[in-house]
Design a protein around this ligand. Structure first.
Ligand code: MN
Length: 442
């Protein structure tokens, strides 16, 4: 625990929703992530409308019902009233004081001995009985390259003598991604594009042969900024609502051919998958850590530096990639873990990415999505993409407990990203997961 935490982070706090008290629960009462859901419809029946909900244990609290059917402190009604309209945008635009006020009210309402429990008990849905939607429809999506171990490993594959370009430690590298193909995973269609069978061969238009995932965090903008008004480091986190997992699906063969000189384009824009629950920065307070750089690295320029960032800018989040092949699924075998890494290995913090994005005057809007870039650990086995784990496809590796091997993804492979936070004196919280299964090309 640290100076950012309050009573909502108390590890002794338990919920009357008993599944939230399990030691390995992703959504204990200390987490309280927001998302959009609807009850699963019976086959052939009409879909139920989307609702905004809070994840608690293995349940979802329906905030439209909670607003209508439960007594709340007076100042909470306007906040819940916005969420009862089944959209997150207006609430996220309110800013951190409102986010914190609702978090405190939800914490008290869902904690043991709450007088609201009998009312809210009637507003719960089992997560198993609902389907999740995108929390917001991002208007804009930017992907960064903040994972320095990823940048070094990938750089070595392309430039053995000069893996890290000279700008890397000065300027957060990014490119403008495609918002229209951001989704929750499910089926992900193998793209087609210009691929080459060898360096000297002319390209052909064909299904991607080197399909990959990238393990990233998604940062969701809460409060936007006006065009021409950069956000300072001092207020950068006031603009950031929270995080989810993000899989930046990548077609490496298409990427290698198209990326020079303007960066990724069709190799990335066919799909990006995010996890459905928005975990607020407030929930991550016990897991904040100093932003640290190795001795001898340049100090960040003043517009990318702040006392807060030095003390608390980084986030300790354990990140994992799991793979289940079609054969494993058919044989009843569980997914195998491909890698584990940590968001502390990012070279740039969330605040630095947001401040840098606006530093030229660019405007961000509520619901804009920023990807951190692939978050790989320092060891070769901690690569957050197959490009790293198979060394550019040169070294296929065997999947644990199986006779199958991989260098890139095969049709039928299901990639699942998971993340959780653990720290002494804090309750473990999780981000949940995002899964996508590769479908054959069109
Ligand atoms: Mn990426």
């Amino acid at each position: 625990m640290n100076s950012l935490t309050d009573i909502t982070h108390d590890p002794a706090l338990r919920s009357w929703v008993t599944s939230a008290n399990a030691p390995d629960a992703d959504f204990p009462v200390q987490n309280l992530p927001l998302g959009r859901f609807r009850p699963k419809a019976a086959a052939g029946a009409e879909h139920h409308p989307w609702r905004v909900g809070v994840a608690i244990g293995d349940q979802v609290l329906d905030l439209r019902l909670a607003h209508a059917q439960c007594p709340w402190p007076d100042e909470i009604y306007p906040l819940l009233g916005l969420l009862a309209q089944d959209e997150l945008t207006a609430f996220l635009a309110l800013g951190r004081p409102s986010w914190r006020r609702l978090r405190l009210a939800l914490s008290m309402a869902l904690a043991e001995h709450s007088e609201q429990a009998p009312f809210l008990d009637l507003c719960l849905h089992a997560q198993a009985d609902v389907e999740m939607g995108l929390p917001l429809t991002p208007r804009d999506y930017t992907d960064f390259y903040a994972g320095i171990h990823h940048a070094v490993t990938v750089g070595k594959l392309m430039r053995p003598d000069n893996p890290l370009l000279p700008n890397y430690k000065w300027v957060p590298i990014g490119y403008h991604g495609r918002a229209s193909s951001v989704g929750l995973g499910g089926g992900v269609r193998r793209p087609r594009g210009q691929v080459k069978s060898s360096a000297d061969a002319p390209p052909i238009y064909a299904p991607c042969r080197r399909l990959d995932y990238e393990l990233e965090l998604g940062l969701w903008v809460g409060v936007g900024n006006d065009l021409g008004h950069p956000v300072s480091m001092a207020s950068a986190e006031d603009h950031l609502y929270g995080v989810s997992l993000l899989n930046d699906w990548s077609a490496r063969d298409m990427q290698a051919w198209e990326y020079q000189p303007l960066g990724p384009f069709l190799a990335k824009s066919f799909a990006t998958s995010v996890s459905p629950w928005l975990v607020s920065l407030d929930a991550l307070a016990p897991f904040r850590r100093p932003a640290q750089r190795p001795e001898g690295d340049p100090e960040p320029l003043p517009y990318l530096d702040s006392d807060f960032n030095r003390a608390f800018g980084a986030v300790d989040i354990t990140l994992e990639v799991w793979l289940q092949t079609a054969r494993m699924r058919e044989g009843g075998l569980p997914a195998v873990r491909l890698s584990q890494s940590n968001a502390l290995d990012a070279y740039w913090t969330p605040a630095q990415l947001l401040a840098h994005h606006t530093s030229n005057g660019c405007n961000l809007a509520t619901g804009d999505l920023l990807g951190t870039g692939t978050l790989s650990g320092p060891a070769p086995a901690q690569g957050g993409s197959l490009l790293e784990l198979s060394q550019g496809g040169k070294q296929p590796f065997t999947l644990a407990g199986s006779d199958e091997s991989r260098s890139f993804l095969e049709d039928g492979d299901t990639v699942t990203l998971r993340a959780y936070c653990q720290a002494p004196g804090a309750m473990r919280i999780g981000l949940g997961q995002v899964s996508g299964t590769v479908l054959p090309s069109f």
